[in-house]
Design a protein around this ligand. Structure first.
Ligand code: F6R
Length: 617
């Protein structure tokens, strides 16, 4: 998804902007560009392709400006091309803009501006923005003002009043050479405070190496950023103070630290990430507590349904969350895909608790689904990895996974931390509700505490996984089978494989196989089975036998002693409570997808067509 960087200070802006864009590559993009203020004019350098290509553009080395904005574009309106890349300028090259998000009514705005004599050179929705700013700067109510700064801020405000959709916008102009104006709605934007310099970015990691002090811009909030000051305004341009946040992430944690890829690094970070997620939320023999939330028994007793809403991998974490919550709290729990939930007119009211899971906290569908539940009177609880992300600012309660920055597009450590956090949340609720046997809760706590060392054990020996990946990386199709929580992991394993290896795969509840999908099983097809629930071993084995009989090649991931072993590969993982076994069984799945993609020579961290943070619908 598109990324934004901005710099204003005393140093040359270009290297800082390009460096920031490189940090944002993980979001997925197809073009990149920068604009700097050079002796009273805007210079734009942009093209389709990689950020590093910017250094090959004619004239880039001559840029001296200390004020600039930058962008990586992920095409939505118009194909990847130089013309469609950001920054975009107005017809007179007086205002340059970068924009994340989507302007839904851009065609109407184009028609309006065309009628006023403006011409368009790209197919993008964004190009209307600098032209609208130009229009209002010279024709709007602000055009009579004498101060260019006030005039530009006023023109930006009038322009965005016309926009329907989502945006995070940076604006520069030689008419205000000492300021960058920014505003956001439903798309993230942060401002990093430095000494005699300030930074802007859509994502914290892009500027983390320069500062740990951040202002997190709110929806409909404007900021005027200069070298030494940052001023904030509401949507009526009333100025207000804002609290700075210290973001305690280690800048190195956003680097690869010797691993070939971010994804592999993040897979291996899971023991640490899980330890951080557990943090001080509980210890054995003591009741679980959260610093960030306090929920009463009276409220929980009144909850008659829980909805877990999320997208992709986060939704898969929610599926396991459902099983844990229902087992421990006896509250019916429904898991829904955010993009479905928001248009389904879901049956929710004051007695529903809606839990939203999002690593980035910026997923457009998840945020919209959360707003919908609030409108219907439900209480909302956000689970996110990013402190201060949009979803956490909207929700009634927010809790964090603390897994550290996840850079690779394919989510790994965020998933395991999400499942751990929901398990802890379920324990917390269960201890308040007192509907579940204390011994069961205490045993689950022990198992949660033991998870990091068990994950380490799996990561200690990955040879068999590599060997399997080498055998199957040329395949076209694969199948994943499991029952109960093993089915949830099958879904996640299949998603990981699709996203980074581009191998078509399907996940099925093992018992469902004979109702249709078994027709696809033929000689030599690869089937991966997960068997970790002792109550379901026999059932799962007989389902997998059905594919063995039809000539499938099988890999079984299990923590059980299997009665027969006519499977081609077996990966043994440590035993744990079946409720949280997905946290262990997912590790081989992540590694299978990773090594298959590597054997295919693919870009593991930046798979095609995918974005890290999906901030559009
Ligand atoms: C898959 C993946 C995606 C995300 C989904 C939601 O590896 O990363 O499926 O899980 O786009 O993203 P967040 O959690 O940021 O809301």
């Amino acid at each position: 998804m598109c990324g934004i960087v901005g710099y204003i200070g005393t140093k040359k802006a270009t290297p800082i902007l390009v460096d920031g864009l490189l940090c944002l590559e993980y979001r997925g993009y197809d073009s990149a560009g920068i604009a700097t203020l050079e002796k009273n004019e805007i210079k734009v350098m942009k093209d389709k392709g990689r950020v590093n290509n910017l250094y090959n553009l004619d004239g880039i080395n001559t840029l001296e400006g200390t004020v600039g904005i930058a962008h990586t574009r992920w095409a939505t309106h118009g194909k990847p091309s130089k013309e469609n890349s950001h920054p975009h300028t107005d017809n007179s090259n007086t205002f340059a803009v970068v924009h994340n998000g989507i302007i839904e009514n851009y065609l109407d705005l184009r028609t309006f501006l065309s009628s006023k004599g403006y011409t368009f050179f790209s197919q993008t929705d964004t190009e209307v923005i600098p032209n609208l700013i130009h229009y209002y700067f010279y024709n709007g109510s602000v055009s009579v003002l004498n101060d260019n700064k006030e005039k530009l801020l006023g023109a930006v405000k009038l322009a965005i009043q016309d926009l329907k959709g989502s945006y995070a916008i940076e604006v520069i102009s030689p008419l205000c050479p000492n300021e960058i104006i920014v505003v956001r709605k439903d798309s993230p934007l942060v401002i990093g405070k430095g000494e005699n310099e300030n930074y802007i970015a859509s994502d914290i990691p892009a500027i983390l190496k320069y500062t740990k002090n951040f202002y997190l811009l709110d929806d409909n909030e404007f900021a005027v950023v200069s070298t030494n000051t940052i001023s904030f305004f509401d949507n009526t341009l009333e100025e207000h103070n804002k609290t700075i946040k210290n973001i305690d992430w280690d800048a190195n944690a956003a680097g690869k630290e010797g691993f070939d890829d971010y994804m592999l690094k993040e897979i291996f970070e899971q023991p640490t990430a899980i330890r951080e997620t557990i943090g001080s939320r509980f210890s054995l023999g003591e009741k679980c507590s959260f610093d960030d939330i306090e929920i009463s028994k009276e409220y929980l007793n009144n909850v008659n349904k829980i909805y877990i809403v999320a997208c992709g991998t986060a939704m898969h974490a929610g599926l396991t969350g459902k099983t844990i919550l229902e087992n421990l709290c006896q509250i019916p729990t429904v898991v829904d895909i955010a993009s479905e939930f928001r248009y389904r007119n879901p049956l929710i009211d004051e007695q529903t608790l809606c839990i939203y899971i999002s690593q980035s906290g910026e997923t457009a569908d998840t945020i919209a689904a959360l707003k919908l539940a609030k409108q219907k009177g439900a209480k909302t609880l956000a689970i996110s990895n990013v402190i201060g992300s949009s979803i956490t600012r909207e929700a009634d309660y927010s809790i964090y996974t603390h897994a550290g920055p996840e850079i690779a597009v394919a989510s790994t450590k965020a998933y395991s931390s999400q499942v751990v956090l929901i398990a802890i949340l379920a324990v917390y609720f269960a201890e308040i509700l007192e509907r579940c046997d204390k011994k069961i809760i205490e045993r689950l706590k022990e198992d949660i505490i033991d998870l990091p060392s068990k994950v380490e054990k799996i990561l200690d020996d990955t040879e068999i996984i590599k060997e399997f990946a080498k055998k199957v990386y040329t395949e076209k199709d694969m199948f994943f089978l499991g029952r109960g929580t093993d089915y949830n992991v099958a879904l996640e394993g299949s998603l990981k494989l699709k996203e980074i290896s581009y191998i078509h795969s399907e996940a099925y509840a093992a018992g469902e196989l004979k109702h249709g999908p078994i027709a696809l099983i033929e000689n030599d097809v690869t089937v991966i089975g997960i068997i970790t629930d002792s109550n379901l071993v026999e059932k799962s084995i007989s389902n997998i036998q059905e594919v063995v009989t039809r000539g499938a090649k099988t890999l079984i991931i299990t923590n059980q002693i299997l009665p027969n072993s006519n499977f081609d590969f077996i990966i043994n993982i440590p035993k744990t409570n079946f409720l949280i076994s997905p946290i262990l069984s997912v590790i081989p799945m992540q590694l299978i997808a990773y090594y298959i993609a590597k054997f295919k020579g693919l870009d593991v961290d930046k798979p095609r067509n995918l974005a890290k943070s999906v901030t559009v619908e």
